[in-house]
Design a protein around this ligand. Structure first.
Ligand code: ZN
Length: 364
């Protein structure tokens, strides 16, 4: 598809089911001609590519550390205890991942998490929940020397650095704004997009917050358990302006385990790449950096490299969502930055006259 083609079009098919991160089906309104029922999409592809492959990495747990003690009680105790006590850190895969992508001449996006501290920032009532402790034991500090060095090295090398909105942030605009500012202080420049932790998303409220704090895209829409396009081959423009939503096609953990059945996982990737090429799609994939440790997550590194090489064979444009957005020069990307006051008229549920009326429904 040519890049000077019409860059957006209202959804003209039946309303398209899209699955959110909690396995619920979001039905976006079909284009029925009514002013508030339109949902535009990004139809353009960069450089006459057959399709686009957007690469993303959520930086959840760069340190295995004390988390190993938790896993030790679950499985393979001897191995996990050894790694907990060792000075080596199997989850630190930044260098390996950068080298792999560099060898293939591609760049991706890394989304960094600025979580609240359980004891310092969260209500006492949450301290007693074991799941909250597991969440918070692996917390990292983006201002630490090690992490800020990684952020700057990624940026200097041409990778995109974005925001991984924390667990409690999807409905908390102030929290999202603070996290964005903190990350930008480390990065030394603006971030343009990212993804919510655990794909936690309140549609369309979270996208309103993203847009109002100056983000230009979100990549949280998708499933943690099912790979696929879920009826959505193109990025969405929920507000019909420069703000873009990239639906997630593959999350590493949703694939068949490539360590036990590499061929099954490869076949899923091949099927989705072929489907992407046949539909001029924008396919977005997420591999967590720790999955590149071959000892702990065998097969993933090899599969990721195969996916990229196969996409190149099939004529894909490959890059980060931010780079995609720039490459297709989305209409209105730079002149529709909203102001905080423009959202003042929104109704209580976060909808506005220009937002899609997405209904979130339980699956049958
Ligand atoms: Zn995450």
């Amino acid at each position: 598809m040519s890049s000077d083609a019409d860059r957006s079009s209202p959804a003209s098919q039946d309303s398209s089911p899209v699955v959110d991160g909690r396995g619920r089906r979001i039905r976006l309104p079909s284009g029925d001609g009514s002013a508030d029922g339109q949902l535009s999409r990004v139809d353009a592809l960069p450089d006459d590519a057959e399709f686009a492959l957007c690469l993303t990495h959520d930086v959840d747990r760069p340190y295995k550390g004390i988390r190993s003690l938790y896993y030790a009680t679950q499985e393979r105790p001897r191995y996990h205890l050894r790694t907990a006590l060792s000075s080596s850190n199997p989850y630190w895969q930044f260098g390996e991942l950068m080298q792999l992508e560099d060898e293939l001449g591609v760049r991706s996006a890394f989304y960094f998490l600025d979580e609240q501290h359980l004891l310092a920032d969260r209500p006492v009532s949450e301290w007693v929940s074991p799941s909250n402790w597991v969440q918070h034991l692996g917390r990292y500090d983006i201002t630490s020397n090690e992490i800020s060095a990684v952020i700057q090295a990624l940026d200097a090398g041409g990778w995109e650095v974005g925001l991984h909105g924390s667990y409690h942030s999807p409905t908390d605009r102030d929290r999202l704004r603070d996290e964005k500012r903190e990350l930008e202080a480390v990065l030394g420049e603006s971030v343009t997009g990212g993804r919510q932790h655990h794909l936690r998303l309140s549609v369309p409220e979270t996208w309103h917050h993203h847009r109002e704090i100056g983000l230009e895209y979100d990549a949280s829409l998708g499933s943690t358990t099912e790979c696929g396009f879920h009826g959505c081959y193109q990025p969405l423009r929920p507000f019909d302006d420069g703000f873009v939503v990239f639906p997630l096609t593959i999350m590493d953990q949703a694939l068949p385990d490539p360590g036990t059945s590499f061929e099954a996982a490869r076949r899923v990737c091949e099927r989705l790449l072929t489907e992407a090429a046949a539909n001029d799609a924008v396919m977005t994939v997420l591999w967590h950096p720790r999955y590149f440790n071959e000892q702990e997550f065998p097969g993933h590194r090899t599969l990721y490299r195969w996916l990229l090489e196969r996409a190149q064979e099939l004529g894909a444009w490959i890059g980060s969502p931010g780079a995609f957005r720039e490459a297709v020069d989305i209409d209105g990307a730079d002149d529709t930055q909203p102001t905080e006051t423009q959202s003042a008229g929104n109704s209580v549920d976060g909808t506005s006259p220009t937002a899609p009326r997405a209904n979130v429904r339980d699956r049958p």
